[in-house]
Design a protein. Sequence first.
Lengths: 834, 173
Amino acid sequence: MAYKRQIGQLPIVPVNAKEHNVVCHYCIVGCGYKAYTWDTSYEGGRAPSENRFGVDLTTQQEAETPAWYAPSMYNIVKQDGRDVHLVIKPDKNCVVNSGLGSIRGARIAEMSYSQQRNTQLQRLTDPLVWRYGQLQPTSWDDALELVARVTAAIINEQGEDGLFVSAYDHGGAGGGYENTWGTGKLYFGAMKVKNIRIHNRPAYNSEVHATRDMGIGELNNCYEDAELADTIMAVGTNALETQTNYFLNHWIPNLRGTSVDKKKAEFGAEAVDRGRVIFVDPRRTVTINACEAEAGKENVLHLAINSGTDLILFNALLTYVADKGWTDKTFIGASTTNFDKARAANKVSIEEAARITGLKPQDIIKAASWIAEPKAAGARRRTMFAYEKGLIWGNDNYRTNASLVNLALATGNIGRAGGGCVRMGGHQEGYSRPSDAHVGRPAAYVDKLLIEGKGGVHHIWGCDHYKTTLNAMEFKRVYKKRTDQVKDAMNAAPYGDRDAMVAAIVDAIRKGGLFSVDIDIVPTKISDAAHVILPAATSGEMNLTSMNGERRMRLTERYMDPPGQAMPDCLIAARIANHLERVFREMGKKEVAEKFKGFDWKTEEDAFMDGYHQHEKGGEFVTYARLRAMGTNGFQEPASGLEPIGASAPPMPPGTERIIGTKRLYTDGKFNRPDGKAQFMEAQWRGLQASGKQAEKEKFAFLINNGRTNHVWQSAYLDVDNELIVDRWPYPFIEMNPQDMADLKLGEGDLVEVFNDNGSTQAMVYPTPTARRKQAFMLFGYPMGVQGNVVSAGVNEFIVPNYKQTWGNIRKISSAPEGTRHLSFKSQEYPQST
Amino acid sequence: MNRCRKIEDLGRRRFLTGTGLMTAGMAVATVLPAEAKTAPSAALVKYPANRLGNIKDLKINEPFDVAYPDDDAPGVLIKLGTRVPTGVGPDGDIVGFTTLCPHKGFPLSYATGDKTLNCPGHYSRFDCEKGGLQVWGHATQNLPQYVLTVDESGDIYANGVDELLYGRLANVL
């Protein structure tokens, strides 16, 4: 049966517990939490004077009380070497989540390393090296010396192009300004590494090139805009599951009509009403269901397009809106260029778009009217455009992104309250690096080069290609073969003879081998292939800064020790640099060695001050002390100054002045192009753009749509060691229409093979009556069945992958195994009253 | 739904003796000991054995309001009509759950169509036929379920709960 913890009580947070600011390190929303720690020898009491909440805990607390925490919010951890109780619970005073906790964030404590309570014992505690045929623990100096010797040897032979790097570029866990700067300064400062990719895609590129090229940063509004919009247009985003508390705390009030007073206060006499929402998604999601439950079906329009046809829909909407005269002519004239040209190039009739998308013409027209038809007294409609992986990892990324931004620009919705054209995001952001201009555009297709035998050394930072890349089966086959060559060579050399060991490794690399160094907090799938594994610290084990989807920057304070010898990534990068400097000097390459100077950081704060503080816009105002004082609300980037001492009550002491931020971007109509104007872009429809996709669609029966789910979202690396989650999802699910299941003689919980010419993988069948025939939806990036195995190598012109448009066949492997028999396969939709 | 009055105060707080995980109310230490070590301790409390009703009170697939382990902790008994692993009674189909959502404490409502308890606050759903497994939702626990027994007269007793109840840091206050 369902997993239960058999816990009947928890220790009570005492009055004197230490309080730390925490921002959830999983998804982009960055909900505010507070961590409370106190010595294990005591707890608080039930009387109001004896507990942190000041309430009588002998009584039942009300709904939404701050004076309760779930067992998942509790743990015992080490802090400065001592055992302490740890409670991490949502912060009611954080404007992002107002005390809401998601099923991910509300498990931060339980997903911490605890020897005392046996949680996350998978965490890496020591550097590991391949020795005597297996990975064995060693010291930092020993491991780093080996990494530096081999890396330097390969750079000598092949140049810096022989060093391949996979590195996250985001915020939150496995990221943050400190750590992107650490890796960035190493690979883009000390070196000019070109063969580098990002954690979830096979090249070093933007997922939203087009909007940036048009002069519009992709995070340009604030979460409050979702409360103020007349209409929200949601494209390929399933916000209830993947930006949960942003959706619950800021979209839902608008759909319920409870933000109308806020609209009146903001917009005066302008006509306002409960918000409406348009979804563009081939699949019906729980988000759509929740919107219907709150706003009524009459205020929710689901455009269930044929997979991959978003672009032509947006072009038709632009054409219709322009023909109707609903564009914002003043704004277009003052702040943009290229409108007429783009409008002419992208012109598409409603009928043509209906034919390609499979929508009814009247639904497209309805959408156009919800987006742009003027309100009473001619007031412009305020529409917020939100998009994520359905677009980003979908067909023809660059043009589709552009066509959506065209629509937002033409309707005057960027830089305006209740508007914005934003990606919803995955991780928080936290990018601070020296210029990447040398990488070029299109950037190197790193995974393809590795498959082709290129490169000699591979440094991997918090990435797992084995789970989250495309063409994954072929990648794994080649990667294993190449790294095995080096392992075999290492097995034949005595470990203590470093010269012989390095020579054996270099010789194997010359013969096609690859030396793999993995830096992570846990063992991963790709680390099975690694020769050296370096243990990293995560958020809360180090101080970490990031910004969320409305550019809200906060500091998560260190509240516990990292496991064993683990260190922050920025310091690992610095120590690698220190060793490379020494090794190059020993090789007599003084000029090269000199480039590795400037890595004498002792703490993550040193890296922050060297990086963000000195290099980012407004960074000069931002310090740890000021961020600490600003708590879980922080400020919205970019910083523009400091409030004078005494401006706030009570006055802040010197060094902790409040930072002045930026609520929305582009409110002055000035954009990020040389002429200060946003540029409309030509973006014609060209069918399924990535090579081989159309043929795949014609050959295979099922669309293998794919994406995320509520339980597991930016948290899978820890969830694999969390009972609640593994109990619910022992295998990745694949949602299928019951009639398709009947045709294939499948029952709920059966394991099926999904296969096509790219590879094969497995999933557990979840009957889903709302799924369209021949359109399956599989959980992405799950270790027990990697969807990327069946995704083709086809990419767009800037090497952005196309995971979503994948077709394959499905066949039964086995009836439901024991681990699935206790599960529920009921509808995930909240039942609506009829 | 009417609250079941038959069980009022029956056995309520009969066993308020649970000491539990830590010594609650202990004076706060101001000087920390040199080495803090955690002693293994029970995470369970001592529950009252309360009569919640009789099998004659139950109709198939109709929730029967109860409260456990005290009047401030609302819950339901449900005779599902099909035998389930945690079910009690002659047909092995009687189960009992809290009706406070373990996410934010909103009251759950029973959907007879698919035998789930559903939260109007944030749409979480729990499957009564699968031990309260969260079908979908935000709670970090599956739904706390009662440990039930049925005596010869058909009286149904609750003897414990398998997860922490929302809104209380000890299930027995």
